[in-house]
Design a protein around this ligand. Structure first.
Ligand SMILES: *[C@@H]1O[C@H](CO)[C@@H](O)[C@H](O)[C@H]1NC(C)=O
Ligand SMILES: *[C@@H]1O[C@H](CO)[C@@H](O)[C@H](O)[C@H]1NC(C)=O
Ligand SMILES: *[C@@H]1O[C@H](CO)[C@@H](O)[C@H](O)[C@H]1NC(C)=O
Length: 354
C-alpha cells in the first residue's frame, strides 16, 4: 500500500507544503487510501484524548469524499500512549468495539498504526456529551431521566449479553446523536468476561458459582453505576461525594443515600435497589438479569421493544446544523503533541496487531 501510493502522497505534500502534513505523512496516506477529507486540516482540532492526567491523542473530523459521510478519526501518539500507561485501554477499546454493533454504542470502522501513531476511524456523533447538557440544565426532570435510563439499560443489557462489562458508565461517556439518542463511547475500561485463557485455567471443582455462570462477576459494577447515574441525572449531583477520594469510598461502603425531596417515589426505590452493596442482591445482577431492572415500576410506561429501535422521543434534540457540525464539542489549539520521533521496534511490538 505504502509503495503504491507514495507518488500520490508526494504530490499532495508538494501541493500543500505550507501545512504541517509532512509530520503525518502516514496519516495523509491513509486519508488518500480511504478516500477521506481531513476537515480541520490540523488547525482547531475538536477533541483531545486524555487519561485524566495527560493527553495522548487528538480526534479529527474527516469526511468521505464520495458518500460525504463524516467520521471521527482518533490519532494517538504511541510514545504518549506508553508514557500514560494506556496500552491496555487502547487494546481493550479496539477489541471490544470490533465485536459490538448496537444502535446505542459508538461504531468503530477501521484501525491502523504506523511508526508513531495509532488510528481509529469511528462514527462521528455530533450532539456532544450528555454531561454538558446535564451541567447546563442543572438536573433532568423525571421524564428526561427516564428516557436516557431506558437507552442506557438497553446498551448495558446488550454488552452483558456479549459477556462485556462496560465499567465506565458516566455522563461524560454518553454522547447524543443528532436526533438526541444516546451513544456510549470510550471503551478503554470495558472488559470481556469469559475469556478462554482464564475459564480454562481454573480447576472446575473449585470454581465459584458466579464464575461458572459468569453472572455477578463484574457485570454488577455496571448496574451499580447505573444507580449512580440515574441519581445524578435527576439530582444534578452524585449520591456519594466528598472532598477527597477516601471520604467518597467511605460513603459508598456505608451506602447511605440522601435523596432530594423532589425525586419520584419509584425512582428512589429503583436507585436503592441498584445501589446495594452486596452485589448478589443488586438489581440487574440476579437471576433475571436486566429484565429485573426493566420490569421495575419506574419503567411501567415503557415499551421496551421500541427502545432499541430508537422509537422513544428524545427529550433534548441537540443543535446540530449539519452532520459535520462540531459546535457541541470544545476545540483545542495546535500543540506539540505530534512532534515525537518514530517509536523503537520494541515499543512498536506492543501494537503489532493494531
Ligand atoms: C494516566 O497516566 C499516568 C502517568 O503514567 C498514570 O500514572 C495514571 O495512572 C493514568 N491514569 C489513568 C486513569 O489511567
Ligand atoms: C415519572 O415518570 C414515570 C414514568 O412515566 C411516571 O410513572 C411517574 O409518575 C413520574 N413521576 C413524576 C414525579 O412525575
Ligand atoms: C422535561 O424536560 C424536557 C427537556 O428539557 C422538556 O422538554 C419537558 O417538557 C419536561 N417535562 C416536564 C413534564 O416538565
Amino acid at each position: 500500500m505504502l509503495v503504491l501510493f507514495a507518488p500520490l502522497v508526494l504530490k499532495i505534500l508538494e501541493l500543500c507544503s505550507c501545512c504541517k502534513w509532512h509530520k503525518h505523512s502516514s496519516l495523509l496516506l491513509l486519508l488518500v487510501v480511504r478516500n477521506l477529507h481531513l476537515l480541520d486540516a490540523f488547525e482547531g482540532r475538536w477533541g483531545l484524548i486524555q487519561n485524566g492526567t495527560g493527553t495522548f491523542g487528538r480526534v479529527h473530523l474527516v469526511k468521505e469524499k464520495m458518500a460525504k459521510r463524516y467520521f471521527a478519526l482518533k490519532v494517538m501518539s504511541i510514545p504518549d500512549v506508553i508514557r500514560l500507561k494506556q496500552e491496555q485501554h487502547v487494546h481493550n477499546e479496539k477489541s471490544v468495539l470490533k465485536e459490538v454493533n448496537h444502535p446505542f454504542l459508538i461504531r468503530l470502522f477501521w484501525t491502523y498504526h504506523d511508526e508513531r501513531f495509532l488510528y481509529m476511524l469511528m462514527e462521528y456523533v455530533p450532539g456532544g456529551e450528555l454531561f454538558s447538557y446535564l451541567r447546563n440544565m442543572g438536573r433532568f426532570n423525571n421524564s428526561t431521566g427516564l428516557f436516557y435510563s431506558t437507552e442506557i439499560i438497553c446498551a448495558i443489557e446488550y454488552l452483558h449479553s456479549k459477556e462485556i462489562v462496560y465499567r465506565d458508565l458516566k455522563p461524560e461517556n454518553i454522547l447524543l446523536d443528532k436526533e438526541g439518542h444516546i451513544k456510549l463511547t470510550d471503551f478503554g475500561f470495558a472488559k470481556k468476561l469469559v475469556d478462554r485463557t482464564w475459564t480454562l485455567c481454573g480447576t472446575p471443582e473449585y470454581l465459584a458459582p458466579e464464575v461458572i455462570q459468569s453472572k455477578g462477576h463484574g457485570r454488577a459494577v455496571d448496574w451499580w453505576a447505573l444507580g449512580i447515574l440515574i441519581f445524578e441525572m435527576l439530582s444534578g449531583f452524585p449520591p456519594f461525594f466528598d472532598d477527597n477520594p477516601f471520604g467518597i469510598y467511605q460513603k459508598i461502603l456505608a451506602g447511605k443515600i440522601d435523596f432530594p425531596r423532589h425525586l419520584d417515589l419509584y425512582v428512589k426505590d429503583l436507585i436503592k435497589k441498584l445501589l446495594v452493596v452486596d452485589r448478589t442482591r443488586r438489581l440487574g445482577n440476579m437471576k433475571n438479569g436486566a429484565d429485573d431492572v426493566k420490569r421495575h415500576r419506574w419503567f411501567r410506561s415503557i415499551d421496551w421493544d421500541a427502545v432499541p429501535q430508537r422509537r422513544l422521543k428524545p427529550p433534548i434534540v441537540p443543535k446540530v446544523s449539519n452532520d459535520g457540525d462540531t459546535s457541541n464539542f470544545e476545540a483545542y489549539p495546535e500543540d506539540d503533541w505530534n512532534k515525537m520521533p518514530p517509536v523503537p521496534p520494541k515499543d512498536l511490538e506492543i501494537f503489532k496487531n493494531f
